[in-house]
Design a protein. Structure first.
Lengths: 67, 339
């Protein structure tokens, strides 16, 4: 499956079927993340079940504390 | 030095008029670490009228790689960062009035500091303080500019009360146990990139050119060549308790603040976070193990020691910092190692 994540084309395993599993794949599962899928921001509580498919465009921004 | 600001005035969106506005403005920077030092230097060079900068920490050698205002001599003298910052900033531009405050900024302090301020720059290293800044910003209708970085990753957002969502709208909950520069490292260009965003946004606010504010949450990873900007307007909630229709500013309430207590006769400070979130001790142990030092652990707590530092982290969220009676020092260590 090919996705565009933060503007870059990424080839991922088809086993990643949802936004939740994608976040886990990137080690962001336990972080506060804002997800935009095809130009729409997702509500946080829908990350787990929202399906993703070939060609989707995602923007992922996670919050960090350092400064 | 009559031509001091000539290049900034030649930049047409600022001009002579903008420069006069900048000259009459007051900026508050919370934190004088890497982001605080970078923001302060740029804004003082830009010729703001007044800068207030507050920090609870002192200069250490591990700061020098990226905290641009400090020197080896400051480390030797163990100067508080706010004081060392003022020393250097006054050398750079003696026309700027600089209030340097060595203090742990919590609600009471913020209530006083925010008066008369045109913009607040977030240069803190933790979300407890940011949630307080967020509520103060809403209560006094003062814009603030979030900035944070770790490793080669950074992000920034400009919060305008009444126009943009607030930090609580974006986060819903306060992140606990996130990465910090002391556990995951940082390179100085990451700091500079966040500072560039924060200072530019601040200048737009100071010259009252609000229509060109970025109005997007920006993030980047300089090492991975990644950059993104998303419009988060849709996350603004009318029901938000900080910025909604009936705000109660929850983080200004004593129940929602991190509580500290000096434990009698034990040379120990207890820190109790406001949230009842169980800590993930396995992840924390993994993070601390990368720093060297000694970790021991059981089902209920994790004990970490490195040099003179010893701390015990309980599953219920509490942390004991041993070897000090100084609450401010204990909170500094807490934010450095734990979150």
């Amino acid at each position: 499956m090919n996705l565009f994540i933060n503007g870059q084309s990424v080839e991922l395993s088809d086993s990643i079927k949802t936004v939740g599993s994608l976040l886990n794949y990137y080690g962001l599962g336990d972080k506060v993340v804002i997800v935009e899928l095809n130009a729409t921001i997702l509500e946080k509580d829908t990350h787990q079940e929202t399906a993703i498919s070939d060609g989707d465009k995602l923007e992922l921004v996670h919050f960090v504390g350092g400064g | 030095m009559s031509n001091r600001y000539s290049r900034q005035e030649l930049f047409s969106p600022i001009g002579k008029k903008g420069q006069d506005r900048i000259r009459n403005k007051h900026v508050l920077i919370i934190g004088a670490g890497a982001l605080g030092a970078g923001n302060a230097e740029s804004l003082v060079r830009a010729g703001i009228g007044r800068l207030t900068i507050a920090d609870r920490d002192y200069v250490e050698s591990s700061n020098l790689q990226r905290q641009q205002l400090y020197t080896e001599q400051d480390v030797k003298n163990r100067l508080p960062k706010a004081i060392a910052a003022k020393k250097r900033l006054t050398q750079i531009n003696s026309d700027v009035t600089i209030d340097a405050l060595v203090m742990d900024v919590s609600v009471e302090e913020m209530e006083k500091l925010v008066r008369g301020v045109d913009v607040i720059i977030d240069a803190t290293d933790n979300f407890d303080t940011r949630m307080i800044i967020n509520d103060i910003s809403q209560k006094y209708k003062t814009p603030w500019i979030y900035g944070a970085c770790v490793g080669s990753y950074g992000l920034s957002y400009t919060f305008i009360p009444g126009k943009t969502p607030c930090l609580q709208c974006l986060l819903h909950t306060v992140p606990i146990g996130g990465l910090t520069c002391d556990t995951a490292g940082i390179i100085s260009p990451t700091v500079q990139m966040v500072v560039a965003h924060q200072v530019t946004e601040a200048l737009k606010i100071l010259v009252e050119d609000d229509k060109v504010l970025l109005s997007k949450l920006v993030s980047f990873d300089l090492w991975k060549n990644d950059h993104t900007a998303i419009n988060v307007d849709s996350l603004r909630r009318g029901t938000c308790t900080s910025c909604g229709n009936s705000p109660i500013y929850p983080y200004l309430h004593p129940d929602n603040q991190t509580k500290t207590a000096v434990l009698c006769g034990r040379d120990t400070v207890q820190i109790r976070p406001p949230r009842q979130t169980p800590r993930d001790l396995v992840t924390l142990a993994d993070k601390l193990s990368k720093l060297g030092g000694k970790i021991s652990q059981n089902d209920f707590l994790l004990s970490y020691s490195s040099g003179a530092i010893r701390m015990v982290v309980f599953k219920d969220g509490r942390v004991l910092i041993h070897g000090t009676k100084d609450v401010v020092e204990a909170k500094t260590l807490y934010h450095r190692y734990i979150e």
